[in-house]
Each structure stands twice: as structure tokens, then as C-alpha cells.
Ligand binder design. Sequence first.
Ligand SMILES: *Cc1c(COP(=O)(O)O)cnc(C)c1O
Length: 386
Amino acid sequence: MKFASQLVQHQAAPGDPYRPTATPIYQTATFEQEHADSFGDFDYSRSGNPTRKVLEELVAKLEGGQRGFAFASGMAAITAVARTLRAGDEILADSDLYGGTCRLFTRVLERSGITAHYADAGDLETFAAKITPRTRIIYAESPTNPLLRVLDLRALAALAHANGALLVVDNSLMSPYLQRPLELGADVVLHSATKFLCGHADVTGGMVVVRDEKLGGDIAFLQNAEGNALAPFDCFLLQRGLKTLKLRLDAQQRNAQAIAEFLAADARVGHVFYPGLTHSPLQRSQASGAGSVLSFTAHSTEAAKAIAENAKMFQICVSFGSVHSTISLPAAMSHASVPPEIAATRVLPPELVRISVGIEDSGDLIADLDQALTAAASHALSFAAK
Ligand SMILES: *Cc1c(COP(=O)(O)O)cnc(C)c1O
């Protein structure tokens, strides 16, 4: 089955005697056992729940993996993968990571004796030089957020495997509709399901998908042992959101392309970062689209702030991937949690504006950005006159 069919053609409630067409919310902590000395399919919702199972199997299938796991947030999903490591193990990560991931690696894992190193994974030779015999995980996002750098995932998988490590890819920005890292050689795919998988900004959730049964067993063990799985109602909402993943992303991506072209032609804007503008051959070789998140530099930090505050259809919000357009200043918002010593090594211009494009009318969105750019320019003039 093609991806569009997979999103809706799956059993909503396997084994349910009423044969519901939507997955019920099995809002129960416990399941009665038939016998005192044996368990049924489910016994306790921390260990497993039917609503969660349908979601986990669906996302595993969409990513082309063996097993999927739903967690209470993207960070909980990343933590579960990190928990497979032991003291002394190392992570080698691309330097352009989500702020919260950096914070987890640097400020939390360090307490358990796990060390993260960072290097630009776009420069494979320099990156490879940072591998040590203790490197267990190579970690990357592609395209990166917020600068939309495209990394060669096939090459990173080969590098990881040649060194006895796993390649872990955070696929939140693309979703399995546009990119399936396991097919490119990755071992683990992560999602902040809060973003595109949900699509409606009404759930925080995370997913882990693996292709190795043994690793899957370990993640299942950790999910039960640490008790951070996604609750049944949130699993239900995520599944409902997933049904329209393709429709949403097709519309969002069309809008994003139109907006990127508008911004790229406008002198009030500095550089526009969007793989759909550069027609990156690498992006085309590993993903089927450029997504709907883009960023651009304003002429100053003040102008960036004025653009965000004057845009009316773009809510000032962290996060991305919703049907509703949002705008943010990554340096001050989503990436403010990057520890200063790492922030110093990466390029994140304070005048960078990131937008996540929704499903609204593209003409309305462009008109709104146009007036926000004008307002920001006149604001700068009056600022200069003072
Ligand atoms: C948002 C985000 C996360 C964290 O996910 P939460 O659901 O907020 O915990 C991780 N990685 C990326 C790329 C993200 O955008």
C-alpha cells in the first residue's frame, strides 16, 4: 500500500467485539486477568494499552520499522533511546540540534557518565575524526532546525556502522511522509510527535521507531520500567491527526514554497533558508519534499522582533508543524536552552526568524508577511530617527 492509504487503512481496534471504525480510548489503568497465574494481551497501561498499541504499530509501519513506541513527549522519546547507553559511552551529535536535545545530552546525561560530543556532520571528515572507540550513537536531524541544513543520512549511517555505532535520526521536521531515515540506513528514528505527526498543536508526544527486534525489546523494557508512555487519550488524538498527515503536509508545503519564493525576492529580507529554494540534490535524494518550516534573516534583531510582533496570522509560538502558521525567533525562544558553551560553537543569528507554515490561504499569508515587513521597516526608520 502507498503511504496515503497506509495512513487510513489499518485496523482501528483489533480484537474489539464491536468492531469500531475509530480506535476507542481505552481509558483504563488495569485489565482483568482471566487466570491468577497468566496475563492476557494487556494487564497494566504503563506496560501496554490497546489505544497506544494501534498508534505504535501504525507509526512503526509508516517509518518502515519493526517496532514503535509512544512516549509522553519528544524529549521522553529521546531520553528512552539515551537510556540504552551506559556510563562511559559517548554520543557524537551534529552541532545543529534542537535546544532541548542539547540540554538533555549536556546537562542530564552527563550525570550518568555519558558524554556527548558535537561537530558539524555536514563536514564528514571532521565529524568522523571525533569518533572514539566509545562512540555508541551518532545523532542527527536533517534538515536541521532552524537553519535547514541538509545532512547526508546515508553517509552518516555508513559511518556509524563502520564504527560499531547506531545512527539515530530525529525526523520531527520531515515526518515519515517526506523522509524515512530507516530506509536510508538509520537504526532509530525519533519524533517529537507534538509537531507534524499530531499536526494540530493539541498533544505533546514522542515516538521511537527501531528496525532491530533486540533494540525494540530494550526500548519496550525501558518504557515499562521508567513509566513515561503516552496516555490513551493523547494516543487517540495523535492517531486522528495522523489520518490527514499527507493532506496537511501537501498543503503546508505548497504554501511554504510560495512564501519562500516571496521572501527570497524581497529586499526587506536577508537570506532565506529553505531546501525548496536551493533544490538541494541531497535533499531530493533522501526526502520527497522540503517540508513547511523555513527561516530567514531580518536586517536586525529589532526588525526580526517587529516582524514577529506585527504578523497577525502567524502566532508567536515555539514548536512547528501545526495546521496553523506560527512565527518564532529561535535564538530567543526554542534554542535558548542550548548550553552557552555549545551555543558559542554554532551559528544562530539573533536576527533569524523561523516560520512554520500552516494550511491557510497562501495569498492571505503572504499579504500578512508583506504588511509585517513594512511595519518592521517603518519601525526601524522611526528607531533610527530617534
Ligand atoms: C520539539 C522537538 C523536540 C522535543 O519534543 P517535545 O515533544 O517538545 O518534547 C525534539 N526534537 C525536535 C527536532 C523538535 O523540534
